[in-house]
Write a protein of this length. Sequence first.
Length: 281
Amino acid sequence: MPLDDRHVDESEVLRLFERLPEDGTARDDLVAMFQPLAEYFARRFAGRGEPVEDLNQVANIGLLSAIDRFDPAREVRFSTYAAATILGELKRHLRDKAWAIRVPRPLQELGLRMNRVMPQLSQELGRSPTIHELAERLDAAPEDVLEAMDAAQAYSTASLDAPVGEGERSPMETVGGVDPSFELVERWSAIAPAIKDLPERERRVLYLRFFAGMTQSEIADDIGVSQMHVSRILSNTLELLRATAVSGSSDAPLLEDARAAGADQAADDDEDDPHEDASAE
């Protein structure tokens, strides 16, 4: 419970202030008298990522600041003045120190206003408000509202070493590892020049088979040859690329041989399949 004004002798408080600043013991007596008030407000802010001991220290700093700045001539109860000063000190501390990631003050303030407006708008609309509706109510740009929502996630962080559940592994043990894409990139860099130098038909057959996912029959219909011819094209082309990947460079003689072999097989297929000649015409 906060300090009850009925248990504070206001005349005694004023007498202590009259002894300041010459009498240092009067300051100590005031601190002892109102320290329960500081501890009460510190406990109110517990559970926001800051240890209670740190909050007590901040609240006591606010109490000392209130004692040093209080003016008895204003005829305001010191407990009222001290409560406002302590609360302000605690809020400044949480705003500036408690965030896990440093967030600009305007975004923090916009986030606080958004938290107050969100329930009101939800009740008025009967649903969750959209970004544009929030921005209109807050008199802010939609981009700033989105940024404030993202910034709210920076108030606290989770440790990668903390177990996810009872008996579970930590995120650090489950993330990372050898990416198989690295090996694919290395292999692709070895055969890409050879693919670039392939005849247009061979490149198209590779594309249709391995990127478009077409069957050999579908490829044969697409390029106007027999399925056997498609099979030969794939076999010769893959053999060439495999040799290129092993050697680490595209070999011009090999490519010429591949072109010649492809031309010879095309001629053979044309001779063996008169139906293809008719369809081609």
